[in-house]
Design a binder for this molecule. Structure first.
Ligand SMILES: NC(=O)c1ccc[n+]([C@@H]2O[C@H](COP(=O)([O-])OP(=O)(O)OC[C@H]3O[C@@H](n4cnc5c(N)ncnc54)[C@H](OP(=O)(O)O)[C@@H]3O)[C@@H](O)[C@H]2O)c1
Length: 265
């Protein structure tokens, strides 16, 4: 008999790490994935010691086409049943579109979208057999925001992921599988440094920046309740509401004051 595990991608840092910790506090056994093997090893030991759960890790690069299958095969060979799948790994490209190579864009698209689709496709068959499964896709408020001059594909990819999540809910809610699109705003993690845009993050007003722990708690609670969309924190709920009703030109103006260069003039 297979034992239930929650799989978290991008669990070595930021939102993914806090999601892993919060799931561990709720006694979920865990599989952690990211590229940095030493970090995964240290984190899994810490979670085993602190929360008395089972925790394993798989080091892999999700920009590689074979990684999702390698993750699935590894879980299968160890008799792990993945009943919770958290697609969180991500980064952004710092340069304007004409300066990135097609290889950069493909690597980006693979980590933020095709690997998410691939992992979901490969694990959903067992969820269908078991008639239960919780999937989370860590999306972003960028899915609702005006276009950006830098990271031109970041918002579109997150919108794509939200629509993918909606389609999963339409297809599988009736057999006990739910998908939650978690849409955080600015979150204090390694994301902006890793993506070469820390200067811009530093210029964002403090009240808009939330802790990864808070995002993780609201996201996991929403996922476990089967919520379709979670926009964490009241601040960002109000902003997403306004993004849906206020004319784009007003948002472009406000955004240019708060985070110069982030949005169109
Ligand atoms: N921070 C924000 O303001 C913010 C806002 C909205 C949405 N988000 C979303 O939140 C998610 C998590 O980001 P974060 O803010 O927590 O950033 P983070 O602290 O930089 O964490 C990113 C995680 O993804 C992993 N990762 C990056 N590239 C990878 C690759 N090629 N293969 C496998 N794993 C990879 C990293 O681990 P390794 O480097 O060890 O591989 C790390 O564990 C992302 O999807 C991001 O788009 C972030």
């Amino acid at each position: 008999m297979k034992e239930n595990y929650s799989l978290v991608t991008g669990a070595s840092s930021g939102i993914g790490l806090e999601i892993a910790k919060y799931l561990a506090s709720k006694k979920h056994n865990l599989i952690l994935t990211a590229r940095n093997e030493q970090k995964l090893k240290d984190i899994s030991l810490e979670l085993i010691n602190n929360f008395k759960i089972k925790c394993d890790y798989i080091s892999c690069d999700l920009s590689k086409i074979e990684s999702p299958k390698e993750i699935y095969d590894s879980c299968n060979s160890k008799n792990y049943n993945i009943n919770v799948l958290v697609n969180n790994a991500g980064f952004a490209l710092p340069n304007s579109f004409e300066k990135t190579t097609m290889e950069d864009e493909e690597r980006f698209l693979r980590v933020l979208s095709t690997s998410v689709i691939s992992l979901t496709k490969i694990f959903i068959n067992d969820m269908i057999l078991n008639k239960e499964g919780k999937i989370m896709i860590v999306s972003s408020v960028a899915a609702y925001a005006p276009p950006s001059k830098i990271q031109v594909l970041y918002g579109p990819v997150k919108t794509f992921m939200n629509r993918f999540s909606e389609a999963l809910n339409l297809s599988y809610n009736n057999i006990g599988i739910t998908c939650t699109a978690l849409c955080p705003g600015y979150t204090v993690t390694n994301f902006h440094t890793a993506s070469g845009v820390q200067d811009e993050m530093d210029r964002v007003p403090k009240f808009l920046k939330k802790s990864a722990k808070r995002i993780a708690i609201e996201g996991v609670d929403g996922m476990l309740k089967g919520k379709k969309i979670v926009v964490p924190t009241k601040t960002w709920k109000v902003i997403v509401f306004l993004l849906k009703i206020v004319p784009k030109s007003v948002f472009d103006f406000l955004s240019s004051i708060m985070a110069p260069g982030r949005y169109d003039d």
